[in-house]
Design a binder for this molecule. Structure first.
Ligand code: IPM
Ligand code: MG
Length: 359
């Protein structure tokens, strides 16, 4: 029997609960597909700080590198919010992205027809749907640039820097072009080229590459305008490629359009042959933790991305995504989704069980 080694990082807050639900679904998939999924639980985030003093123990990185794929819940919480920047739980995420070379973050943002009434957008707009793939650069830019504190002419100051090399832009843009070529053939590159030099290089580089992709229509938006167009005509976008910082912000905006941040999965990928990491884009939601109210769907959909991208189990990935649609169509909702008439509120475990049952 084929054996798949999955590194599991539950992390903090609702992370462990949503991953438990996800494992339920994966176990059902594995038994039908006749593969063995072996999970290795690893420490990272606040729980790792408490246990080892480090947000990202070396043993966790080493085990992730040995795995076929990494599934992560969430990290962070108020208990660790006062720690200095390099000791915070979030360092675990950034450190894993860096250590595994996960330079492209794929964040599909899809508005399910069953949930169009839960979107905060005007019904005339939400009724037209949304199916956007964000391709966010993940190991460069402001997140990883030079930073520090110093004494300036007017007293203490702090700085972060945005720096992109042509190579970094090209490799993530290529992911965007390839994805667009396999979808509706439209790529929107988002930058701030009217102000930032790094954005001007970003735009030049993307334009130069477009010659290689004649079947893809490329356009460009400044990030401020992009944030407006996303709520005005979300149905108009296909693939959006952008920097680390802009992608962080815009993908949360898109998540909200879908009716809840609890629905958006993500895949972080690097060079072929290296393990990719899959995680819901929502955070650890400490206020929801331990109450069986968190939405496991973002995590379950992340696992579907893992099946497709890391294990080439396309049929199984489709089955999980269809099961999620069916459960939503049947009116089941976790508390994060705006409830409509005829919907049934259920908890984390029940939602996970229903998805497994609908496979
Ligand atoms: C995300 C999160 C992270 C990020 C944080 C937790 C470091 O917001 O994955 O979008 O900013 O990348
Ligand atoms: Mg974010």
């Amino acid at each position: 029997m084929k054996r798949l080694e999955i590194a599991i990082i539950p992390g903090d807050g609702i992370g462990p609960e949503v991953l438990n639900g996800t494992r339920l679904v994966l176990d059902a998939v594995a038994s039908r597909a006749g593969v063995e999924m072996r999970y290795t639980e690893l420490l990272a985030g606040g729980i790792a700080i408490d246990a080892t003093g480090e947000p990202l123990p070396d043993a966790t990185v080493a085990a992730c590198k040995r795995s076929d794929a990494v599934l992560l819940g969430a990290v962070g919480g108020p208990r660790w919010d006062t720690l200095p920047g390099d000791r915070r739980p979030e360092r675990a995420l950034l450190g894993l992205r860096e250590a595994l070379g996960l330079f492209a973050n794929l964040r599909p943002a899809r508005l399910y027809s069953a949930l169009s009434g839960s979107s905060p957008l005007h019904p005339d707009i939400s009724a037209q749907g949304m199916d956007i793939l964000f391709v966010r650069e993940l190991t460069g830019g402001m997140y990883f640039g030079e930073r520090g504190r110093r004494l300036g002419p007017n007293g203490p100051e702090a700085f972060d820097t945005e720096c992109y090399s042509v190579g970094e832009i090209e490799r993530v843009a290529r992911v965007g072009f390839e994805a667009a070529a396999g979808r509706k053939g439209r790529l929107t590159s988002v930058d701030k080229a009217n102000v930032l030099e790094s954005s001007r290089l970003w735009r030049e580089t993307v334009i130069a590459m477009s010659a290689e992709y004649p079947a893809v229509t490329l356009d460009h938006l400044y990030v401020d305008n992009a944030s407006m167009q996303l709520i005005r005509r979300p149905f108009d976008f296909d693939v959006i490629v952008t920097s680390n910082m802009f992608g962080d912000i815009l993908s949360d905006e898109a998540a909200m359009i879908t009716g809840s941040i609890g629905l958006l999965p993500s895949a972080s990928v690097g060079q072929p042959g290296t393990p990719a990491m899959y995680e819901p884009i929502h955070g650890s939601a400490p206020d929801l933790a331990g109450r069986d109210v968190a939405n496991p769907l973002a995590s379950i959909l992340s696992a579907a991305m893992m099946l497709r991208l890391s294990f080439q189990m396309d049929a199984e990935a489709d089955a999980v995504e269809k099961a999620v649609s069916r459960v939503l169509d049947a009116g089941y909702r976790t508390a994060d989704i705006l409830q409509g008439s005829g919907s049934t509120r259920i908890g984390t475990q029940e939602m996970s069980r229903l998805v497994a049952e609908h496979l």
